[in-house]
Design a protein around this ligand. Structure first.
Ligand code: NAD
Length: 367
């Protein structure tokens, strides 16, 4: 009963429990909304303790995708899947093909992609059973690694935040502290270097640190120091919950704009704390939508990175709109971002019938 109450409260359209004992598949596909288009979101493979925990995660993550796609102006709804299992031990061809058949059974209501614990090879197996899969290899017309496009979108977001805060989007001479120099962090550092930015960075991985300092001249500080370093922009590109009640009082930046997911530990408390400190926060799901925009481009026919990058430049306008709503209504930016997404879904919902149109265009707010 609790699950049904949760479904009603969160507004999910469909949840599919997938079980195939022969191949060891236990999965949940959650479609939160198809108002704007099919629900697209990755499939996560994780050793959840029990099915309740897995369902909860699928519901939470799929709802998040509705907001992300809506704010990015994409013709996509929100969906997400989770497979219960250890990605190091439990993967097999049969398991992913079985999962692919469940995806196929939804007839395009849900489109899958990579996520934590799954990779391009898994997507190729799913592709043998359904065309409703993205993130496949360029050899199959796919878009490959999304990180460069995510980093490019993050750069647009940092420029928008600079324009809003300082009246000028130019980053020349500004300082940016990047927490996490992995896939996205590294490409972001590369883009920022071209803009004349003074780069500071940290990572727990010594190889990532060496690469960033030797190739890009990033000044390295310890992982404890990075969040509190004196800089214009803090760009979290590692883990979630980095903005919390311990870190926020010690921040010495005027902007937080990075690619990591779920940066606010407690959205209400920490989003408000940033607002009260007058630190401009670029909501994570708006600034890091480049990866989603990238896979979206696979649906529009032959993947073309130029087109994906062009669409990703829209993140600048999307964030300017968020900042504007935040200012006009006197609300924290994370609330403004939710509001912007909800408004778009609400308006399109009035059309009635489900979207089965083309994927290629995307909508940007007027600023
Ligand atoms: P990644 O694993 O390649 O890089 C993350 C890096 O953070 C690693 O190098 C890791 O060593 C480092 N790290 C971990 N803990 C740290 C700590 N305490 N301090 C400093 N560094 C630490 O992952 P990624 O693909 O670059 O993604 C980074 C973030 O962006 C994640 O939160 C991810 O969910 C989010 N994101 C990524 C994409 C994408 O296209 N890859 C898209 C949207 C959002």
């Amino acid at each position: 009963m609790e699950t049904f109450e949760k479904l009603a409260e969160m507004g999910h359209e469909r949840v599919l429990l997938c079980s195939n004992r022969e191949v060891g598949l236990q999965a949940i596909i959650a479609v939160h909304s198809t108002v704007l288009g099919p629900g697209l979101g990755g499939v996560r493979m994780w050793p959840y303790k029990n099915s309740e925990e897995a369902i909860k995660d699928a519901l939470r993550l799929s709802r998040g995708m509705t907001y992300k796609a809506a704010a990015a102006g994409l013709n996509l709804g929100g969906g997400k899947a989770v497979i219960i299992g250890d990605p190091k031990k439990d993967k097999s061809e049969a398991l992913f093909r079985s999962f692919g058949r469940y995806v196929e059974s939804l007839g395009g209501l849900y489109i899958t992609a990579e996520d934590v614990g799954t990779d391009m090879e898994d997507m190729e197996l799913i592709l043998t059973e359904t065309r409703w899969v993205t993130g496949v290899s360029p050899a199959h017309g796919g878009s490959g690694d999304p990180s460069p496009v995510t980093a490019y979108g993050t750069l647009q977001g940092i420029k928008a935040a600079a324009k809003w805060k300082y009246g000028d989007p130019s980053l020349d001479g500004r300082s940016v502290a990047i927490q996490g120099l992995g896939s996205v962090g590294y490409y972001l550092a590369k883009y920022l270097k071209e803009e004349g930015v003074k780069l500071i960075g940290a990572d727990i991985d010594s190889e990532a640190v060496d690469r960033a300092s030797s190739e890009l001249g990033v000044e390295i500080v310890s992982t404890d120091e990075i969040v509190e370093v004196d800089c214009d922009v803090l760009a979290p590109c590692a883990l979630g919950a980095v903005l919390n009640k311990e870190s926020i009082p010690n921040l010495r930046c005027s902007i937080v704009a990075g690619a990591a997911n779920n940066q606010l530990d407690k959205a209400k408390r920490d989003g408000l704390a940033l607002h009260e400190r007058d630190i401009l926060y670029a909501p994570d799901f708006v600034i890091n939508a480049g990866g989603l925009i990238n896979v979206y481009n696979e649906l529009a026919g032959a993947y073309n990175q130029e087109r994906a990058l062009r669409m990703t430049r829209g993140i600048y306008l999307n964030l300017m709109r968020v900042f504007e709503i935040s200012k006009t209504e006197g609300i924290p930016t994370y609330v403004a971002a939710d509001q912007m997404a909800e408004e778009r879904v609400g308006k399109i919902k009035q059309l009635g019938a489900r979207h089965w149109g083309r994927f290629i265009s995307n909508h940007h707010p007027e600023v």
